[in-house]
Design a protein around this ligand. Structure first.
Ligand code: SF4
Length: 226
C-alpha cells in the first residue's frame, strides 16, 4: 500500500466553450460579465486531487478486496480481471471556488458560476488522470465511479473514502450521510489499467444525459459482465 498523494491540479477554461455552454451569442449583453466571472474564478480556483496506488488482495464473483476493503460490483470485478493494482481518487473544483460561487445571488450568474466550476473540475480531472497514467506507466486506462451504475451503488463511496483515508482533511471533500460529495463539483472513482475502452456510459441506458461520453450498448452487459 502506498500513502495517498495530494495533487494541486492545473486546469484550463475555454472562454469560447463557456459562452457556447451558456448559449450566449456574440452580441449578448451578458458576455462581458460572464468573462469577468471566469477571470475571477481563475484567480480563486485551487482544484485538488487525492490519489493512491492500492493493491487487489482477492476477487470473488461480485466483489473485490482492495487494501483489505471490500467493494461489491460485478462490473468492477470483471473490469479488474487482469490487474492487481488500482488507483482510487477524488478530484474537486475546491472549496475556495465553491464558497465564491455561493455568494453570487443573480440567478443567471449563479448558473454561469456553476458551469465554470464544472469546467474547472473536468479540466483538473483530465490532468489527474494524465498524472496517474504517466506516473504509473499506464498505456491504456479506464475509470469506474460508485453510483454511476446500479451494479456499483453510491453507498460504496464510503468504502472508497475509507480506502483513500483522510479525504476531507487532505483536500476538503466531505462525504455526507447520503453519500454526496461536498463540494458537489467533485468526482470519486477508481482508475485501472485496461486494454481497449471502458466507459460507464456504455452500460447506462439513460436518455438525453448531457454527460454521456459514449453510446449505450444494450448487448454489452450480456456479452461481458453477466
Ligand atoms: S450516460 Fe450519463 S448518467 Fe449514464 S453513466 Fe454516462 S454520464 Fe453517467
Amino acid at each position: 500500500m502506498i500513502e495517498p498523494v495530494v495533487l494541486h491540479l492545473p486546469y484550463e477554461i475555454s472562454e469560447k466553450q463557456l459562452l457556447m455552454k451558456l448559449c450566449l451569442r456574440e452580441n449578448s449583453p451578458y458576455i462581458n460579465r460572464i468573462l469577468e466571472l471566469a477571470l475571477k474564478a481563475k484567480e480563486i480556483a485551487k482544484p485538488k486531487g487525492l490519489i493512491k496506488a492500492s493493491f487487489i488482495e482477492s476477487k470473488a464473483n461480485d466483489c473485490v478486496i482492495i487494501d483489505s476493503i471490500e467493494f461489491r460490483s460485478r462490473i468492477l470485478r470483471i473490469n479488474l480481471e487482469e490487474v492487481h493494482r488500482v488507483f482510487p481518487f477524488v478530484v474537486t473544483c475546491g472549496h475556495e471556488l465553491d464558497l465564491w460561487s455561493k455568494e453570487i445571488t443573480d440567478i443567471f450568474e449563479s448558473y454561469a458560476a456553476d458551469v465554470i466550476k464544472e469546467m474547472i473540475l473536468y479540466s483538473a480531472s483530465a490532468n489527474l488522470k494524465s498524472y496517474i497514467d504517466q506516473k504509473f506507466s499506464l498505456s491504456s486506462a479506464s475509470n469506474m465511479n460508485p453510483g454511476s451504475l446500479p451494479d456499483w451503488p453510491i453507498n460504496e463511496q464510503r468504502s472508497l473514502f475509507q480506502l483513500l483515508g483522510s479525504v476531507q482533511e487532505l483536500i476538503g471533500v466531505e462525504l455526507t450521510d447520503s453519500f454526496l460529495l461536498i463540494p458537489v463539483k467533485s468526482i470519486s472513482g477508481i482508475r485501472f489499467a485496461k486494454e481497449g475502452t471502458y466507459e460507464n456510459c456504455q452500460l447506462c441506458p439513460r436518455e438525453k444525459c448531457p454527460g454521456r461520453k459514449t453510446p449505450y450498448d444494450p448487448d454489452l452487459y450480456e456479452q461481458k459482465y453477466k
